[in-house]
Design a protein around this ligand. Structure first.
Ligand SMILES: CC(C)(COP(=O)(O)OP(=O)(O)OC[C@H]1O[C@@H](n2cnc3c(N)ncnc32)[C@H](O)[C@@H]1OP(=O)(O)O)[C@@H](O)C(=O)NCCC(=O)NCCS
Length: 165
C-alpha cells in the first residue's frame, strides 16, 4: 500500500510558528521569507511581514508527519501566479516534498487568479531551490528590480500539466 499524499490547506498562525522554528538564524529565515522580514522575528512580526494583500498562504499537511511545508501564491503584475515563501521542514527535505509543494501551489494559482504564466524569485546563492525550480520548467529571466541577489524565474502554464504527469 502506498503512503497517503500530503495535501495543501490554508495556513494558520500555528503554521507560521512552525516555519519560524525551522528558521533558527536570520540567514535561514531570509532564504525563504525574503530580505524585508524583520529579525529577530516573532510569530506575529513574521506573519505581518509576509501577509501581503495579494498573497494566499498555504501549509502542506502530511497525514503521517503533520505540517511539512509552507508556501504562498501571489498575483504578480496582474499576469503571473507567483510562488513565494516556499519552505519544507528541515527534517523532511530530499523526499520530494518541495516538488509536491510547488506543484500544489501551481495547481492553485490559476484557480485563484487569471494568470498567463508562473513566476518566482530565488536568491542566486540557493542552488538546491534553483535546481528544484528548473526541474519544474522555470527558466531564469533576469533579476529582481531592487535586489540584484534575487533571480526572477518564469514558467509557462504548460509546465504544471507537463510536470504533474
Ligand atoms: C528548496 C527546498 C524547498 C527543496 O525542498 P525538498 O523537499 O528538499 O526538495 P525535493 O526533495 O522535492 O527535491 C526536488 C528537486 O530539488 C533539487 N534539490 C533539492 N535538494 C537538493 C540538494 N540538497 N542538492 C541538490 N539538489 C537538490 C533537485 O533538483 C531535486 O530533484 P531530484 O530529487 O530529482 O534530484 C528545501 O530545501 C527548503 O525548504 N530549503 C530552505 C528554504 C528555501 O530555500 N526555500 C526556497 C526559497 S526560493
Amino acid at each position: 500500500m502506498t503512503a497517503p499524499l500530503p495535501v495543501l490547506r490554508p495556513a494558520t498562525l500555528a503554521d507560521v510558528a512552525t516555519t519560524l522554528s525551522w528558521s533558527p538564524t536570520h540567514e535561514a529565515l531570509r532564504r525563504w521569507a525574503g530580505s524585508t522580514v524583520r529579525w529577530p522575528a516573532t510569530v506575529e512580526s513574521l506573519w505581518a511581514d509576509i501577509n501581503n494583500p495579494d498573497a494566499t498562504t498555504f501549509a502542506l499537511e502530511s497525514p503521517e508527519h503533520g505540517m511539512v511545508g509552507f508556501g504562498q501564491v501571489r498575483f504578480r503584475e496582474q499576469t503571473y501566479g507567483h510562488l513565494a515563501r516556499v519552505i519544507v521542514s528541515p527534517h523532511h527535505r530530499g523526499l520530494g516534498l518541495g516538488r509536491a509543494l510547488c506543484l500544489a501551489l501551481m495547481r492553485e494559482a490559476p484557480r485563484l487568479h487569471a494568470i498567463s504564466a508562473y513566476s518566482l524569485y530565488v536568491f542566486t546563492d540557493n542552488p538546491n531551490a534553483i535546481a528544484l525550480y528548473r526541474t519544474l520548467g522555470f527558466q531564469e529571466k533576469g533579476f529582481h528590480p531592487k535586489l540584484p541577489t534575487a533571480m526572477l524565474m518564469e514558467a509557462s502554464l504548460d509546465a504544471f500539466s507537463r510536470e504533474k504527469s
